[in-house]
Design a protein around this ligand. Structure first.
Ligand code: OSB
Ligand code: MG
Length: 384
């Protein structure tokens, strides 16, 4: 079965967060993500989500840069091209460097369309084996230890299997220790989002002090573009380092593992430019017995469904950041809503595509901008 896209719609959708989220660099109280609907000439359709942030604080891409790259490069390259598999669709934008979040959104729409047209789930096509995935939560930096403990208790009570806490210099040991003392046996980890540096001796001391807390891992302590200093740091820590920001491709993953820069990898569909590259990183890590887990970008339901699908692969042995939508948002834009029960999310293996259906009405009600690109290359495009 061959597909030729006849149109791609872009919706810039805003959802308020239930609770403001603070990392080592900033705080946000709502998110703007781009939802894409691709339709082919035979009438099949698929949805994707570009989870770029409004700001360039996690990575260099933003909502606006992704909108631009999708509108002016990725979608015009793909419209009118015939393809039999999402990897062939992705080959149409092979010339485009970087911009992985934008690529991931469009590739996801192609995967959804491809799988729906064949009446099978994306999880099945990717080689997923799990009926359910184990779910953790990622907690922002809280203003006080008391409010942090309250949050942790709340999600443990809901059954979540692992707690991740954001940390930064001066907001690390005391917070982590308070949680560890209260819950000596939970799976606990910390995410620094590149807030530390080997140049600063007190940073190194602060990270080494965390070795006593029996953490599962420390995620991305050093610079977002580094794999060399992380190897030096890993040699001084017993706690495994997990890389997030530094890994953009299977090549990056191989180099980081060869160097000893990390012992665990966070697989994020957006950061890796799509489901296929996410699977390649999974396969590499499996071949080397390196555990992986699925990271998140507070995805809306479409992107979250893709996270559930990739997490069903056998190498995802650690609980990820894929929690129920209701942890972040009061109302989601897919049906049925994505929910965790006792810390597990069921993989919708018997539903086609992403397994959750985008609700166009709710998407349009929340959209702050819309654009339809159609026809042959960019000739018929209406620019926003
Ligand atoms: O570093 O993993 C991260 C959210 C936005 C940007 C970066 C990160 C995160 C999270 C939240 O940790 C994960 C989620 O719940 O989706
Ligand atoms: Mg991270």
């Amino acid at each position: 079965m061959t597909h030729i896209l006849r149109s791609v719609e872009l919706y810039l959708v805003r959802l308020p967060l239930i609770r403001p989220f603070t990392t080592s660099s900033h705080t946000k109280d709502h998110l703007d993500h781009i939802l894409l609907r691709a339709r082919d000439e035979a009438g099949a359709e698929g949805w994707g989500e570009c989870a770029s942030a409004a700001d360039p604080y996690y990575c260099s891409e933003t909502t606006e840069s992704s909108w631009h790259i999708l509108r002016d490069f990725l979608i015009p390259e793909l419209l009118g091209v015939s393809w039999d598999h999402p990897d062939e669709a992705a080959a149409s934008w092979a010339k485009v460097r970087g911009n992985n979040f934008a690529k991931a959104g469009l590739e996801m729409a192609c995967w959804d369309l491809f799988s729906r047209a064949r009446g099978q789930s994306i999880a099945d096509f990717l080689g997923g084996t799990r009926a359910e995935i184990h779910s953790g939560v990622s907690l922002g930096i809280e203003p006080t230890v008391a409010s942090l403990l309250e949050q942790v208790e709340r999600f443990l009570d809901q059954g979540y299997r692992r707690i991740k806490m954001k940390i930064g210099p001066g907001r690390d040991l005391a917070y982590l220790r308070a949680v560890r003392e209260r819950w000596p046996d939970i799976l606990l980890m910390a995410d620094a989002n590149s807030a530390y540096s080997l140049d600063n001796p007190t940073d190194v001391q602060a990270l080494r002090a965390l070795d006593d807390l029996n953490l599962m891992m420390i995620e991305q302590p050093l610079a977002d573009d580094d794999i060399v200093d992380h190897a030096r740091l890993q040699a001084q820590l017993t706690t495994p380092i997990c890389l997030d920001e530094s890994i953009h491709s299977v090549h990056d993953a191989r180099k980081a593992l060869d160097q000893g820069s990390c012992r665990i990898i966070n697989i994020k569909v957006s950061r890796l430019g799509g489901l296929s590259e996410a699977r390649r990183v999974h396969d590499l890590c499996s071949s080397r017995d390196v555990p992986v887990w699925c990271g998140g970008m507070h995805e809306f339901g479409v992107g979250r469904a893709a996270n559930v699908a990739i997490s069903s692969l056998p190498g995802f042995t650690l609980p990820g950041d894929v929690s129920g939508s209701d942890r972040a948002y009061r109302e989601d834009i897919v049906d049925p809503p994505i929910r965790a029960h006792s810390g597990a999310i069921e993989v919708p293996r018997n539903r086609p595509g992403l397994g959750f259906d985008a609700n166009l009405e709710r998407i349009r009600a929340r959209a702050v901008r819309e654009l339809v690109l159609e026809g042959e290359r960019r000739l018929a495009a209406t620019h926003a």
